[in-house]
Design a protein around this ligand. Structure first.
Ligand code: BGP
Length: 456
């Protein structure tokens, strides 16, 4: 039996834009997703857009009961910025009522809400001003953060600023999976820099306010494994970590941007525009905890040809296709549970053993109705196995002293996934897209026993 630490958080993560629906109703204005879907629906899997998603806006009361039914003692979701502040300045009272009722219902069901402020859903009114490329985004985000802390601080004791900030940077400005889908390394770095400042300014606003809770940030972690011990591959791995992990983890925990990252950007004429006062903001305003989303490792090798100055991250490292890899065939992501042990030890040894938790981990699978049993329950044994293996490695890291306080699965109920729509399902509950009816999967029932026993 693996007994996890006392008060371990067993929960799931979700986000406003992927679950709420009512995306242009009840006072909410468009985000980049609403806009992009309107302009180019063909980019989205089976033309599935963000307007209905999983209908949580209308079903949250029963959903909070469902959270309790499968033993979740905590949940992370986000607030929709464009719902709370439809024009960036005016508070939408309908949104306040909704979120207050929603978070209260969680508490009434013994579910501790962890509330995130930004999950890729940039309001269109800000995108029209240049989005994160424009420094106005920092003040706009700080205003939003402060408003949320004031309105919901009595219900929420754990806040996070951003979910996976690297993702809106690289998907929006390097790899074209998010709007505005441009490819420009320099602009990507500027977006990243402003995102970091927005995070820092929000933490500052939190400390200045009356909230007594804690604040953190959620980062995606794909630990880097170089192809070989050759010095070129090691360097590729080091640079991948600088750009993908240390760029946000170091400033969040230590208040410093790694010197080697600054030097690398300088050599490649990629340094962002900064102001003198930024330094102090970055140095102070450290987080109380870190959330790490883990899905897959990053295997890298030295690039065969490089452009200087670099045009893309692939001028620093390229993907290495490890022949022994085990794949999730639906999402085409490698399954490598041992990485969670490595991450746990990294947090212990390289990040002062700061409190952290696994804020997302899960397995997306397509056409899950294939696995329905006679009682119409989805027998997702592959997901149970996936979680067991990951939890076992996490457990080993905890035994060796890593300060991990929880595990959140992605996700509570099947939800909309950006360009992939409802192709891959991750939920403990399945969602029928026609009726929005929810049904528990075998993994949901399994998770409730794990939570009850605080282990497995
Ligand atoms: C994370 C995001 C989530 C979620 C998850 C699964 O990166 O924080 O929003 O979408 O990945 O990935 P996907 O939906 O692309 O299969």
């Amino acid at each position: 039996m693996k007994n996890f630490p006392e008060n371990f958080m067993w929960g799931a993560a979700m986000s406003a834009p992927q679950t709420e629906g009512q995306s242009l109703h009840y006072g909410k204005t468009a985000t980049i997703w609403d806009y992009w879907f309107q302009r180019a629906p063909e980019k989205f899997y089976q033309n599935q857009g963000p307007e209905i998603t999983s209908g949580v806006y209308d079903h949250y009361l029963e959903d909070c009961q469902r959270m309790q039914d499968i033993g979740l003692n905590s949940i992370r979701t986000s607030i929709s910025w464009a719902r709370l502040l439809p024009d960036g300045k005016t508070i939408n009272q309908e949104a306040v009522v909704f979120y207050r009722k929603y978070f209260s219902a969680m508490l009434d069901h013994g579910v501790d809400p962890i509330i995130n402020l930004f999950h890729f859903d940039l309001p269109m009114w800000l995108m029209e001003q240049g989005g994160w490329e424009n420094r106005v985004s920092i003040d706009a985000f700080t205003f939003y953060a402060r408003t949320a802390f004031e309105l919901f601080g009595d219900l929420v004791s754990k806040w996070t600023t951003f979910n996976e900030p690297i993702v809106h940077i690289e998907c929006g400005y390097l790899y074209q999976y998010h709007y505005p889908a441009v490819v420009d390394f320099q602009r990507a770095i500027q977006v990243g820099y402003h995102t970091l400042l927005a995070h820092k300014a929000a933490v500052k606003a939190f400390r200045e306010g009356t909230s007594i809770g804690k604040i953190g940030i959620i980062l995606n972690i794909s630990p880097t494994y170089p192809k070989s011990d050759a010095k070129e591959d090691i360097l590729a791995g080091f640079r991948s970590d600088l750009l993908n992990t240390r760029s946000f983890l170091d400033p969040s925990v230590f208040g410093t941007i790694p010197e080697e990252l600054v030097a690398l950007l300088a050599e490649n004429k990629l340094l962002p525009k900064t102001r003198a006062e930024d330094h102090g903001l970055i140095q102070r305003n450290l987080v109380d905890f870190i959330g790490l989303n883990y899905y897959q490792p990053r295997r890298v090798q030295a690039p065969f040809e490089v452009a200087r100055p670099a045009k893309l991250p692939s001028d620093f490292y390229i993907a290495y296709d490890w022949p022994a890899k085990k794949m999730n065939p639906y999402r085409r992501w490698e399954i490598y549970p041992k990485a969670l042990y490595d991450v746990a030890i990294m947090m212990k040894e390289e990040y002062n053993n700061i409190p952290w938790y696994v804020s997302e981990n899960g397995m997306g699978a397509a056409e899950e109705e294939r696995f329905m049993d006679a009682s119409e329950e989805i027998e997702d044994d592959y997901r149970i196995l996936f979680m067991k293996e990951h939890l076992s490695y996490l457990y080993q890291g905890i035994l060796e002293g890593s300060n991990c306080f929880g595990y959140h699965a992605w996700t509570f109920l099947d939800c909309w996934s950006w360009l992939n729509g409802y192709k891959n399902r991750y939920g403990f509950y399945s969602v029928d897209r026609a009726t929005l009816e929810r049904s528990v999967k075998k993994s949901g029932r399994w998770f409730s026993t794990v939570s009850k026993k605080n282990g497995f």
